[in-house]
Design a protein around this ligand. Structure first.
Ligand SMILES: Cc1cc2nc3c(=O)[nH]c(=O)nc-3n(C[C@H](O)[C@H](O)[C@H](O)COP(=O)(O)O)c2cc1C
Length: 196
């Protein structure tokens, strides 16, 4: 995307993420991610943004989870970062697409073996009668793949949120907070300020 206004928004996003990383937080890339069901009812949960580039923001999950099923119905999401220490919030809205198999494989290979086992054994968002059942499923996979690489389940992959709106909120004294929103329309990206 070569739109100069989008480039400005993207640069502002990257700078904010760098500032958040420097805070030394455990999870600076944690975001609230909202998706909707077929009646438009929203559901929100935290996920980790694992990649940001000009194409969008990527998170990984089980596509059979509630969020995965909701994204099949409505492939749009809204996400929100909040870093209290620097009084900043960023909201990103956009369409959601699946990243390539190669990109998901590359991220899967970086994960620890225990994370691979736990996510491969998890029927994320399904009813679990007893945690022992999950522990057993993990143990069975561990045995099955002893001495071998654990394959990425085909239903576990990355989703990219392709922004069509990015809003920055900067906390200021006396409630004079700053809000800057970048939005994409048919004619390109625009920037405006909003009342706080
Ligand atoms: C700090 C934090 C990070 C998380 N990161 C992820 C993640 O990257 N991917 C994921 O699928 N779930 C992640 N979770 C769990 C989700 O919040 C959620 O419980 C799970 O994905 C099931 O959501 P769903 O039933 O709405 O699909 C994280 C939870 C927390 C608290």
């Amino acid at each position: 995307m070569s739109d100069p206004t989008f480039q400005a928004a993207y640069a502002q996003l990257v700078t904010a993420l760098e500032r958040a990383r420097e805070l030394g937080l455990k999870e600076p890339a944690a975001v609230a991610l909202a998706t909707t069901d077929f009646e438009g009812r929203p559901t929100v949960r935290i996920v980790l943004i694992r990649g940001v580039d000009e194409r969008g923001l990527t998170f990984f999950t089980n596509s059979r989870s509630l969020k995965g099923r909701q994204l099949l119905i409505n492939p749009r999401a809204s996400l929100c970062f909040h870093w209290d220490a620097i009084r900043e919030q960023i909201r990103v809205d956009g369409k959601v697409e699946q990243i390539t198999e190669e990109e998901s494989d590359a991220y899967w290979r970086q994960r620890s073996r225990s994370s691979q086992l736990a996510s491969a054994a998890s029927l994320q968002s399904e009813k679990l009668a007893d945690t022992a059942v999950y522990a057993q499923a993990v143990a069975e996979l561990e045995e099955k793949y002893e001495g071998a690489a654990i394959p990425r389940p085909s239903h576990w992959f990355g989703y990219r949120i392709v922004p069509d709106s990015i809003e920055f909120w900067y906390g200021r004294d006396a409630r004079m907070h700053e809000r800057i929103v970048y939005e994409q329309s048919a004619t390109g990206w625009s920037r405006r300020m909003l009342y706080p």
